[in-house]
Design a protein. Structure first.
Length: 190
């Protein structure tokens, strides 16, 4: 490998396809990463990078020597709330004319934050495909922005799946997970 070649990304194209650009918190997204190459190189892994980034507008007072007084300075503070890199493939040798699709699965965490765009705060979810290469820049796909919302009430949750049983003493209905009857207070027989 030539000296200048290590500063260039390999001649390769990667694309990430997902079924929709919107999801709910807790959703599992199935996608595909397609890699085509015109150059021979070794890849350490093929992965997706899912990031949730929060940006907050903040202000601070800074002394200006030229004016001799304090002046207000506005800046944006950024924090990564969630970072996940699911692997589609491990180490692989890529040759010219290579074309392959790799399935990828990732989950939006249920405890994550929903997408938000305001004057002072922004929460964005982004995902992109990456072909990682040692000693050279990685090949990356176009970054897709996901619109993440709160789960709708129509979805079935674990709580709705609980089995109802009747109390053996007062015959009122209670959840299978409760140890005492909410009506009469009697312990549940197992």
């Amino acid at each position: 490998m030539g000296f200048f070649k290590r500063f260039k990304t390999p001649k390769s194209i990667i694309s990430l396809k997902i079924p929709a650009t919107h999801a709910e918190l807790g959703d599992t997204i199935n996608g595909t990463i397609t890699v085509t190459s015109q150059e021979e190189f070794d890849s350490t892994e093929i992965r997706a990078e899912l990031r949730c980034i929060e940006r907050c507008r903040k202000e601070r007072w800074v002394f200006n020597k030229r004016l001799g007084s304090n002046e207000r300075q506005v800046y944006w503070d950024q924090a990564t709330l969630h970072s996940f890199d699911p692997k589609a493939s491990g180490q692989i040798h890529i040759v010219p004319g290579f074309k392959k699709e790799f399935p990828i699965v990732f989950t939006i965490p249920i405890a994550g934050r929903e997408s938000y765009d305001g004057l002072d705060t922004n929460v964005t979810w982004r995902v992109k495909g990456v072909v990682a290469v040692d000693n050279r820049p990685d090949v990356t796909s176009k970054t897709l922005e996901l619109q993440v919302i709160k789960p709708t009430t129509g979805k079935t949750t674990q709580e709705e799946k609980t089995v109802m049983v009747s109390c053996e003493y007062c015959e009122s209905i209670m959840k299978n997970t409760e140890s005492f009857c909410p009506n009469c207070g009697a312990p549940r027989k197992k």
